[in-house]
Design a protein around this ligand. Structure first.
Ligand code: SF4
Length: 230
């Protein structure tokens, strides 16, 4: 395991362990979306980012094709990120409501944002084998977050990925089922886990995840951090 985020990120962005995803991330970067034809896409694994002293790790699914696969920062430059960062800003976890590109001066307080799969998958669907390949990168970030108290899992795939990471370490977990605003205690001396629907357009445009519902998640996190109570 690396001992700094800098060395971790330097290793991560060189990863080519999943041939299907390497081919896809580079192919998307060649074809591009019309609006971004003049931009050079990142087209590499996307590292987690945020407050390195964070008490909460937010875990998403994977980079968006024209969002973080373009900008190189998680939840940056697409509709999911816009929905996420507006909510985080309303609840005081960021200094601004937008996340447009690296260098936009966005800062996070007490949150670190990452994903179970670091390369954009076709149709937003990584294979289980690819998530497993990526698991050590997540585990390394968990190890580096020395103040970690809890996770927010954005979507069931992130939820399953977090549980899989602990099971791989032979942690005996209670029975858990994904549900929006569902809270779990993973066990003694382990972080808590709060589930949320993913802020994908599929959820936000259909009303499955509303701004009020999402604010409820971040207000709950805020309350837990500030009172150490549920
Ligand atoms: S998904 Fe993860 S393991 Fe696979 S190539 Fe990308 S960074 Fe490497």
């Amino acid at each position: 395991m690396t001992d700094t985020f800098e060395t971790h990120n330097a290793e991560l962005i060189k990863c080519r362990k999943c041939p299907r995803l390497v081919a896809w991330r580079e192919s998307v970067a060649q074809t591009k979306r019309k609006a971004y034809q003049d931009q050079t896409y990142w087209a590499k694994p996307v590292p987690g980012f945020g407050d390195q002293q964070a008490r909460v790790m937010v875990v998403g699914l994977a980079p968006g094709a024209h969002g973080s696969n373009r900008t190189g920062r998680m939840f940056t430059g697409d509709a999911s990120g816009n929905f996420l960062f507006r909510a985080l800003h309303r609840c005081g976890f960021t200094n601004q409501p937008n996340s447009d590109h690296i260098g936009d001066n966005l800062t996070l307080t007490d949150l670190f944002i990452t994903a179970v799969c670091r390369c954009v998958p076709p149709f937003n669907r990584p294979h289980i084998s690819e998530i497993l390949n990526c698991q050590p990168w997540l585990q390394a970030e968990v190890h580096l977050l020395q103040n970690l108290q809890g996770y927010v899992a954005l979507g069931k795939i992130a939820f399953d990925g977090i549980l899989r990471m602990y099971k791989a370490q032979d942690v005996d977990l209670p029975k858990m089922v994904f549900g929006h605003n569902q809270y779990y205690d993973l066990g003694e001396n382990l972080p808590w886990l709060l589930c949320s629907y993913h802020p994908s357009q599929q959820n936000t445009q259909t009303g499955r995840l509303t701004e009020d519902m999402f604010d409820g998640i971040w207000e709950r996190v805020h309350g837990m951090l500030n009172s150490d109570q549920l």
